[in-house]
Design a protein. Structure first.
Length: 292
């Protein structure tokens, strides 16, 4: 019989595998219209959400007394996921995944601005370290005028808004409802691009569409369950395995070799975000994982 901690570790490993699968598919389907990929991610990603809805609420689950905050979370999440997908399709995989770990840095800053939280010297130092790491990774944006490096940063800003809103929404709203409105908006945005022309998918692409949606949907559920069963200090380091997956998969599948500056910057970001997670756990604050 597995302990809660062992189950939490397995859930986090499963989450890393699912998120990595989603990232790889988005990058692999680079020739498929962007909006079609976005639509398929959330069309099939809705399936796991509906399995969470209680039977007695199947016809009323969508009702809420906080539509404004749900809208803010959905819009922020949709902007973030669009920015992430653009980054994945146009930048080295390891660079994008490394920059997604800057999410907690922006959460710390926005917690001060919007929630009036007090942040001590440890977390401010961690934020500074993380931003130095980010500058190492985004150097090509300045040296090569590669503006695509802006998009992973936009993702992290969007994630910060998502995290702040979830901290409030989770006090009164079930997880499936929070995920539903975000998924619905992203799905509709993707559907709106059909006027620009979609392709008729091959059998392989159809399979990848289904896998993309299910992997993305299940990943968030596994992530949430992992944090419910164990302390963040136990499971948070595991999610950084996604960077290892990105480096290996990027080399094998896409012939990408990460630069030394990327690895050094990623190391600084990993250290800084872990310090923030550890400090927030000590302060008994809700930990929100860095994905949407």
């Amino acid at each position: 019989m597995l302990s809660k901690s062992q189950k939490a570790v397995l859930y986090m490993v499963g989450s890393v595998i699912c998120f990595s699968t989603m990232d790889l598919i988005v990058k692999y389907l680079n020739e498929v219209p962007f909006g079609q990929v976005l639509f398929m991610r959330f069309f099939f990603g809705m399936i796991p959400i509906f399995f969470l809805i209680p039977r007695d609420k199947i016809f009323t689950f969508y009702k809420t007394k906080r539509p404004g905050l749900h809208t803010f979370r959905a819009v922020s999440g949709t902007i973030a996921i669009i920015a992430l997908f653009i980054g994945l399709r146009n930048l080295p995989l390891a660079d994008v995944i490394s920059l997604t770990f800057t999410g907690p840095l922006f959460v710390t800053i926005m917690s001060v601005i919007f929630l009036s939280e007090k942040v001590g010297i440890r977390r401010w130092s961690a934020v500074a370290i993380g931003f130095v790491g980010m500058l190492f990774i985004v150097r090509p944006a300045f040296e090569e005028m590669n503006f695509y490096y802006v998009f992973p940063v936009i993702f992290s800003l969007g994630f910060a808004n998502v995290a702040i809103s979830i901290r409030s929404l989770s006090k009164t709203e079930p997880n499936y409802l929070i995920a539903f409105y975000f998924s619905l908006l992203s799905l509709l945005v993707g559907l709106a691009t059909i006027i620009n022309g979609w392709i008729w998918p091959t059998l392989q692409e159809t399979f990848l569409f289904i896998l993309l949606g299910l992997a993305g949907g299940v990943a968030n559920l596994l992530l949430t369950q992992s944090y419910r069963l164990a302390d963040a200090s136990l499971v948070s380091p595991i999610k950084y395995l996604s960077l290892v997956v990105a480096i290996v998969a990027g080399y094998i599948i896409f012939s990408e070799i990460p630069k030394g500056m990327t690895l050094f910057g990623a190391g600084l970001i990993v250290v800084s975000s872990f310090i923030i997670f550890k400090r927030e756990e000590t302060l008994k604050k809700q930990v929100v994982a860095p994905r949407v």
